[in-house]
Design a protein around this ligand. Structure first.
Ligand SMILES: [Zn+2]
Length: 421
C-alpha cells in the first residue's frame, strides 16, 4: 500500500460522501418547502393545514441544522486525519503518559482524549438542537440542569463501561497473536449481549423513572395481547419520557427472561387503550419476526469484517501515514489503529446506508402487518396518524432522501399499506 493512494482514496471518499449528503438534504428541504401549503389528498380530511405547515417548518429547520453539522463533521474528520489533529494529540498524550504509566495507560488515555474532544466539538450543536430547535417547536422539556446531569452521568457510565472493554480489546490486540481480531470480536459480541440485559435494568433507570403500568384496564388488554402473541415479558413499565421531550414512543428491550415492555408516558396520554394495544402489537411484530436478533447479527457481521480488515491494515505503514498519522516507533499502535478505523470506517460505511435503511423499512411493514393480525388495523392507523402529527413528521418527504435515510416508511406509504389490509 502506498500512503499517497490511501490519502487520495480517503479524501475522495470524504468529499463524495459530503457532496452526496448535502445534495440529499437540499432535495429534502426543497421538496418539503414546495409542498408546504397543500395537505396531501390522502390526509385532507384528517390533517389540518396548520399541522401540515408546522411539520414542514420543523423538518426544514432540522435539515438546515443538518447541513451545518454535516459540513462541520467533514471538516472535523479532515482535521483529525489529514490535517494532523490526531497525530499532534498522539505525540502529546504519548509524551505525557507513556514514560510514567506504560503502554496500556497511554493508549487508553489517547482514546479517551479523542472522545472527550469529539464530544466538546459537537457540544454547541447538541445544545442548539435541544434548546433552540426542539424548544421552538414545543418539543423540548429538558432544563439546563437536567441536560447537565445527563451529560455527566452519561460520561461517567460511558467511562465505567467503555474503559474496561477498551482495555480488554487493546490487551487482546497485543497478546492474542495474529488472530487477535477473532478474540476481540468475541469480546465485543459477548459485551453486546451482556448490555442487552444490563442496559434496561441498570443503565436506563439512571436516566428515567420506570413505573409498573398502573392502569388495570389497559394492563388487562395488553396482557391478553401478549398471551395471544406468545410473548412473555418480565414487566410492563411506563417511562417518564415527558421529562425530556414531547415525542412519544413504545419499545421492548432485553431478551430471554429480562424482556420488558416500556411505554413512554407521552404515548399513553395521547392514545386510546385500543391504539396503545395496536402500537404494542406492532412492537411484538418486531419480536415475532426476530428483527432485533437479525439486526444484531448484521451489526456483528460488519464488526467481524471491520476487525479482520483492521488486522491487516494495522501492519501497513501506509494505513497510518495515508490518514495523517505517524505510527509510534517505541509504543504499540493499537489504539491509533482503532481510532483510525472509527474515524475512517463510517466514510465508507455510508455506502451501506440505503441497504440498512431499506431493510429497516421492510421490518416496519412486516411489524405493521403482524399488528393488523393481532389487533385492530383501524386503531393502528389512528395511532400512527396521531404520532406522525404529534412528532411533526412531514407527510411529503423527498422520495430519494427517504430511500437513503428513512429507517421508517413515510406516513403516506405506511398508512397506504395499512389501508390495503
Ligand atoms: Zn417498528
Amino acid at each position: 500500500m502506498n500512503s499517497l493512494v490511501v490519502m487520495s482514496v480517503f479524501a475522495a471518499a470524504v468529499m463524495l460522501r459530503l457532496v452526496l449528503r448535502l445534495w440529499l438534504i437540499g432535495r429534502q428541504i426543497r421538496h418539503v418547502a414546495r409542498h408546504r401549503d397543500t395537505v396531501p389528498a390522502d390526509f385532507a380530511g384528517t390533517v389540518s393545514l396548520e399541522a401540515h405547515r408546522k411539520a414542514a417548518d420543523y423538518t426544514i429547520a432540522r435539515q438546515r441544522l443538518e447541513l451545518l453539522t454535516t459540513a462541520w463533521g467533514s471538516a472535523v474528520l479532515l482535521g483529525w486525519t489529514l490535517l494532523g489533529g490526531l497525530d499532534a494529540l498522539n505525540v502529546l498524550v504519548r509524551e505525557a503518559v507513556l514514560p510514567r504509566w506504560g503502554d496500556l495507560a497511554y493508549q487508553i488515555a489517547l482514546v479517551m482524549a479523542v472522545s472527550v474532544i469529539g464530544s466538546l466539538i459537537d457540544l454547541p450543536f447538541d445544545l442548539w438542537r435541544t434548546f433552540r430547535l426542539e424548544q421552538r417547536f414545543g418539543f423540548n422539556r429538558m432544563t439546563p440542569g437536567l441536560w447537565l446531569k445527563d451529560a455527566v452521568v452519561g460520561a461517567v457510565v460511558g467511562a465505567v463501561v467503555g474503559v474496561p472493554l477498551l482495555a480488554l480489546v487493546l490487551w487482546l490486540m497485543a497478546a492474542a497473536g495474529p488472530l487477535w481480531w477473532l478474540w476481540a470480536f468475541a469480546a465485543l459480541a459477548g459485551f453486546t449481549l451482556l448490555m442487552q440485559v444490563v442496559y434496561p435494568t441498570v443503565i436506563a433507570p439512571m436516566f428515567n423513572r420506570f413505573q409498573p403500568l398502573a392502569d388495570e384496564a389497559l394492563k388487562g388488554r395488553v396482557e391478553a395481547l401478549m398471551q395471544r402473541c406468545g410473548f412473555r415479558a418480565q414487566g410492563l413499565f411506563v417511562m417518564d419520557g415527558s421529562r425530556r421531550s414531547a415525542h412519544a414512543n413504545a419499545y421492548f428491550t432485553g431478551f430471554g427472561a429480562s424482556k420488558r415492555v416500556v411505554f413512554f408516558d407521552t404515548l399513553l396520554s395521547r392514545l386510546t387503550p385500543g391504539e396503545v394495544e395496536a402500537v404494542l402489537a406492532h412492537e411484538l411484530g418486531h419480536f415475532h419476526h426476530r428483527h432485533v436478533p437479525k439486526r444484531i447479527l448484521m451489526l456483528m457481521g460488519v464488526w467481524l469484517g471491520s476487525l479482520a480488515l483492521l488486522g491487516w491494515l494495522m501492519g501497513q505503514a501506509a494505513f497510518y501515514t495515508g490518514l495523517g498519522v505517524q505510527p509510534n516507533m517505541l509504543a504499540p499502535n493499537h489504539a491509533l489503529a482503532l481510532l483510525l478505523l472509527m474515524l475512517a470506517g463510517p466514510v465508507f460505511g455510508f455506502l451501506l446506508a440505503p441497504l440498512t435503511a431499506a431493510s429497516s423499512r421492510r421490518h416496519e411493514f412486516e411489524a405493521d402487518a403482524y399488528a393488523c393480525r393481532q389487533a385492530s388495523g383501524a386503531d393502528l392507523r389512528a395511532a400512527l396518524l396521531k404520532l406522525f402529527q404529534d412528532n411533526a413528521s412531514t407527510l411529503t418527504p423527498d422520495p430519494v432522501y427517504v430511500r437513503f435515510h428513512y429507517s421508517h416508511p413515510p406516513a403516506s406509504e405506511r398508512l397506504a399499506a395499512l389501508a390495503g389490509r
